[in-house]
Design a protein around this ligand. Sequence first.
Ligand SMILES: [Zn+2]
Length: 133
Amino acid sequence: MHVERVIDLALSDEQVAEMIRAFKWPRAITCPRCGSANVKRNGKSDKRPGVQRYLCKDCGKSFSDVTGTIFERTRLRLRDAMLVLYLHFKLGLSALAVSRETGVGYKAVSNLLSNARETAGELLRFFQAWEPG
Ligand SMILES: [Zn+2]
């Protein structure tokens, strides 16, 4: 029997992207290569819903909300990735339990979690800064 997802996130991909942006760039959006704040919006990502792209006007580097974050290394939608991370790192569910409760495939869950392990401390600070509603 196929089990539907039990837990969902009451946030859109756009809202999750906004949270990532606010955490990553509390003051101004800056270029990951040269540090310049002289950047312009450069359209939305066509592969990742909700992700904004940018172009640095000083060095020409193209980057996005997820560049340099663990969200860059997963193909999951932002809201699914965020839910997986929250259930594991904040609530302590195992990868198997997360997969079962969310309906996200076990392999995608375990890949994301193992990539995220080294930044677990930063994730916990992120969740602390996150006050939904
Ligand atoms: Zn730059």
